[in-house]
Design a protein around this ligand. Structure first.
Ligand code: NAP
Length: 314
């Protein structure tokens, strides 16, 4: 397993991370433990969850599965999404950040969060207020590093300048949707993050499993899969455009004795600005395949060939 520092920080994470949004939503406590334990055995050290995942059960199940091994890993979680009724139970205000962190620490069964991420921009709260609260949490030892998610490029720049001028800890990571079917962040967010030294943590790296190749054109999604469970939302992913790209990526993969899953994860891992690929999993075998896929580094020629396949249809 390769380990890379997140952005400009000294925080090393495994290039194959684990997304934890299935925990408490698609899989129960026991199945979560099986997935997490396999990941630990394979050298995965980055676990990405959020207070809202699985109706707050993801953090609980993750904490329980990690147990004593928590000290050997990097736990990343998030706040902002609604965790209860009313305006005080959501957002990025100082009031909610201080509540949210205590609740996440309790659910995770830990004394500290390694990477605490602003899940979504909260346009009703000044970024200075949120960053000051997060800086206080770092000083209190409850949080080690901070990051953002779903930020536009200008919001990253605004946050980093606020941190710089106010002497707050800076953001070290930006989480955003990024995969071979959706490369929109390459226009603005990626250059901004490179300039301001944030690592990019791509979410939906497999387009919710579509890029594993297990969905076939003209066929119903296999039972028990995420896109079957998602109904109409899943059907949006199963579009003609996406199957056309998938077909071309499969040819690219086959020519190299690889799978399309290897391409999806290996391509992301081949970008130096991506410290970790946090694919989600519902079974230990998926973790094994995803960790293996994260070993592949594409050559610059292969990356250009991929550009021809994916940008063409963007
Ligand atoms: P993803 O990684 O694109 O897809 C994960 C799903 O694909 C799995 O749940 C599994 O679904 C299927 N899969 C995974 N490995 C597979 C394999 N080897 N073979 C076949 N199928 C496989 O999507 P994601 O988990 O939603 O995204 C990754 C992480 O990003 C999340 O877990 C979460 O931590 C984070 N995230 C963040 C945000 C945000 O707003 N910041 C939003 C979304 C996600 P099935 O087995 O059910 O088919």
């Amino acid at each position: 397993m390769e380990y890379r520092n997140v952005g400009r920080s000294g925080l090393p994470v495994s290039v194959a991370g684990l997304g934890c949004n299935n925990f408490g939503m698609r899989i129960d406590k026991e199945q979560t433990a099986a997935v997490v334990h396999r990941a630990l055995e394979l050298g995965v050290t980055l676990f990405d969850t959020a207070d809202i995942y699985g109706g707050t059960r993801s953090e609980e199940f993750l904490g329980a599965a990690l147990g004593d091994r928590r000290k050997n890993v990097v736990v990343a979680t998030k706040f902002v999404g609604p965790v209860g009724e009313g305006p005080l139970n959501r957002g990025a205000s100082r009031r909610h950040v201080f509540d949210a962190v205590e609740n996440s620490l309790r659910r995770l069964g830990t004394d500290w969060i390694d990477l605490y991420q602003i899940h979504f921009p909260d346009v009703t709260t000044p970024i200075e207020e949120t960053l000051r609260a997060l800086d206080d949490l770092v000083k209190q030892g409850k949080v080690r590093y901070i990051g953002c998610s779903n930020f536009a490029a200008w919001q990253v720049v605004e946050a980093q300048w606020t941190a710089r001028t106010e002497h707050f800890v800076p953001l070290i990571s930006a989480q955003s949707e990024y995969n071979l079917l959706n490369r929109r962040i390459e226009r603005e967010l990626v250059p901004a993050c490179q300039e301001y030294e944030l690592g990019i943590l791509p979410y939906f790296p497999l387009a919710s499993g579509f890029l594993s190749g297990k969905y076939r054109p003209g066929e119903k999604p296999p039972e028990g899969t995420r896109l079957a469970a998602w109904g109409p939302r899943g059907e949006e992913v199963l579009s003609e455009r996406n199957f056309a790209i998938l077909g071309a990526l499969e040819q690219f993969a086959e020519a190299r004795g690889k799978t399309v899953l290897d391409v999806a994860i290996g391509w992301l891992a081949s970008h130096p600005y991506v410290p970790s690929v946090i694919a989600g999993a519902t079974k230990p075998e998926q973790v094994e395949e995803n960790v293996k896929a994260a070993e592949w580094r594409l050559t610059p020629e292969e990356v250009s060939e991929i550009d021809g396949i994916t940008s063409r249809r963007d």
